[in-house]
Ligand binder design. Sequence first.
Ligand SMILES: [Zn+2]
Length: 409
Amino acid sequence: MRVTAGSAPSLTGGSPNDRIRRNNLRTLLSILHHGGVHSRAELTRLTGLNRSTIGALVGELTALGLAYETEPSETGTVGRPSPLVHANENVVALAVNPDVDAIIIGVVGLGGVVHKRVRFQTSGVPTVQETINIVSAIVEGMRGELDEKYHVVGVGLAVPGLVTAEEGVIALAPHLEWRDEPLAAPMAAALGYPALAANDANLGTVAERLWGIGRGVQNMVYLNGSTSGIGGGVIVDGHALSGARGFAAELGHTSVHVGGRACFCGRTGCLETEVSLVRLLAVLGRESIDADELEQIIASSDDPEVHDEIERQLDRLALGISNLISVFDPELVVLGGFLGTMFSADPERLRQRVARASFTRLAEGVRIERAELRSRQLLIGAAELAFGPLLDDPAAVAATAIAPRASAV
Ligand SMILES: [Zn+2]
């Protein structure tokens, strides 16, 4: 499994001409999927290919069921207007995000379009088998709609834990209490679609970089905070950092307080034990909270104890961010979940503390922003994982998964 946020590896097999054609199809589909609707003229300009080649490639993507064309509006154009090319948003991936109290399933189309989002509340922390059973039942319930309206290319699983990249095995998901559990293969067998799994925050990072606040950014650090702790992801030179086993960017387990609280991971003073929604909720006298309500309380509370706790957490977060700036030299640091909420309450404080804690020249010009995609982020990220093989070689995947049905309809 490879989470693509940059250029894909070279295609192999076939004649040189065939490889060039497949590579051009890949480039074109990626432009339409990540960049939205383009006219043929714009595609010609962006790719440097000539008009007749673009025409042939668009024709092939259309025949494969991956794209369609519409007539442009005539207003303001000089000469013959160029048809508009769209990625087919009815080519979809199923996105699955198991969490401690719910399983969230999405139907996400090319172009990052979230067609459907289903949140299934569980009575407790679901086991792997329960997760597979629940997802199977929900997908079975949608079967008629999926078969009639959509072309499903695969399933992307966003899991809060350490996921071995190639095998789709959950090495450890502490909050779900999953350990060395194969997930991708049994899910694929149960649903009848290919399935891939990866860490949820890594996938959220990719989504935020492609469709959120990180659009066009080549170097980015993302930190997300929830009741399960802090996860993150890193984009380096346009590529999502994966690591030798796929465990990279466990940013919640970097040290920000020597001698701080013990973390379940075996260390003390980890970012996620010092900057913690659970600790904030304890000060608020709450066990759980809706994101909107938290936003309102943080913005309006005049309780000094709440204020002090938010300031303490923002200062520790600033230390964590300054460490990450030293390691990764990002253009942009993105904050999601309750980290984004705390940041919005006092953005200048966090920015100043980061500047103060950092090697000055390294932190200069680094932007700190709140994530944009919110509840759609993990679904879009998980779908991107499932779309990976299609985006790598559209002709090969679509020929078996999409085109036969598209042409039969
Ligand atoms: Zn830790």
